[in-house]
Design a protein. Sequence first.
Length: 131
Amino acid sequence: MIKGSCCCGTVKFELLKQPSMMGTCHCSRCRKVGASTIVFVKKEDLKWVEGKEHVKMFQPEEPYKYERSFCTICGTSLGEILSDMDSFPIAANTLDSGLEIKNSFHEFVDEKPDWYEICDDAKQSKGHPDT
Ligand SMILES: [Zn+2]
Ligand SMILES: [Zn+2]
């Protein structure tokens, strides 16, 4: 069981299984919302404990297509935690438990600021890893 929460503790959830994958996105969008490192979770493995009603989802403006959700009390970025997809990314920052996986890719590395140096051997790509 993996526990996750926002900074103020209003939002609490659990993951019944380990996330399938961890990656880091260096695009300006992910950087600004503070959710660069994400883990992919299956919808069926996400169990809400409390605070779901305090999560607000923002739709992206063109050309961006990924929604973002936040705790409306403290602003913690929660990734796509309200998604209806079978599998979706949530911000790794929100997890309170240790994980068995490590970062396995860096995407949008061409948008990475110079002050951030990649210090692991994970695969790098300019866009999404599968493009
Ligand atoms: Zn909060
Ligand atoms: Zn991104």
